[in-house]
Ligand binder design. Structure first.
Ligand code: GUN
Length: 297
């Protein structure tokens, strides 16, 4: 078997086209365009690349945006003061603090300073908690984008065994909640296993999985010999590895050994062009939801 490709670029474009239409309708009804405030602390080149992709998508769908660049020496107090200002500003609908933050800042504490109604990343404990109890919420963009991809390609997940490798707060953990609890067009109601750095025998879990979502940030952690024939593989990894053959001196790879895994999988996401564009598209969806203010009672 050679896997079919889950085309994140195509599905992300469809999601963005829908958001663009909805934004136009929102403005036609007399509202101002939605506004996303991005905060970037320091000069991490990967963060700058992600923010460029996000602001480009905003432009495409009609969402206005601004990026506040802060020095990596900014204090916790100063950063929270700035967040509070945006929380109290009615012209700001969404606030996104790009992660990772410099070591002297606690991302959990900074995220908690954001008004949960403006937390378009879906990282605030209020939004994660509402996700866990199946209340309408701002859903974390990467796992929400993966659910959208699974739904689009009509990949059955109900009662299937989904194995999530990686239990980060921003991907693995909300992913496991969505896969096990949600009841989308297709995606949801899976039997879900979470594996992490203390899992004793990773292959014992991945080899029986119908669906694998891998979000570890380590190239080649999943190889062909670790998966069963017909598995659906979602690769969240986005790793820069040295590559002298290109102009940039590096290339982007996921967490899977793509060449061997694709021979056994029925479906697989490429890197790049899989999960990444879906994350950005879901951020657009969340920003419009935040502008509409219709999620919370
Ligand atoms: N860093 C890596 N991924 C993300 C994301 O989805 N949101 C934010 N804010 N930072 C990130």
């Amino acid at each position: 078997m050679s896997a079919k490709i889950l085309d994140g670029r195509k599905v992300a474009n469809l999601v963005k086209e829908q958001v663009q239409e909805d934004v136009e309708e929102w403005i036609d009804r007399g509202h101002r365009p939605p506004f996303l405030q991005v905060i970037l602390v320091g000069h991490d080149p990967a963060s700058a690349t992600y923010i460029r992709a996000k602001t480009k998508a905003c432009k495409k769908v009609g969402i206005e945006t601004d990026t506040l660049q802060l020095p990596d020496t900014v204090s916790d107090k100063e950063l929270k003061k700035i967040i509070k200002k945006y929380n109290n500003d009615d012209t700001v609908d969404g606030i996104l603090v790009q992660l990772p933050l410099p070591a002297h800042l606690s991302s959990h504490s900074v995220i908690e300073a954001i008004d949960y109604r403006k937390d378009v990343d879906g990282f605030h404990p209020m939004n994660v908690g509402r996700l866990a109890v199946e209340e309408p919420t701002m859903r974390s963009c990467t796992p929400a984008g993966i659910m959208e991809l699974l739904n689009y390609y009509s990949i059955p997940t109900k009662g299937q065994h989904a194995v999530v490798v990686g239990n980060s707060s921003i991907v693995g953990s909300p992913m496991s909640i969505m896969l096990s609890r949600e009841n989308g067009a297709n995606a949801g109601k899976s039997t879900t296993t979470i594996c992490h750095q203390f899992t004793k025998d990773l292959t014992a879990h991945t080899i029986v999985a119908d669906i694998i979502v891998v979000a570890v940030g380590q190239p080649n952690i999943i190889k062909g010999e670790m998966v069963k024939e017909g598995v659906v593989v979602i690769d969240v990894g986005f790793n820069r590895i040295a590559d002298e053959s290109g102009d940039e001196g590096y290339k982007l790879v996921g967490d899977c050994e793509f060449e061997t895994v694709k021979e056994k999988a029925s479906w697989i996401t490429p890197v790049p062009g899989g999960v990444g564009p879906m994350t950005v598209a879901m951020l657009m969806k969340n920003t419009l939801l935040a502008a509409k203010g219709s999620i919370y009672p």
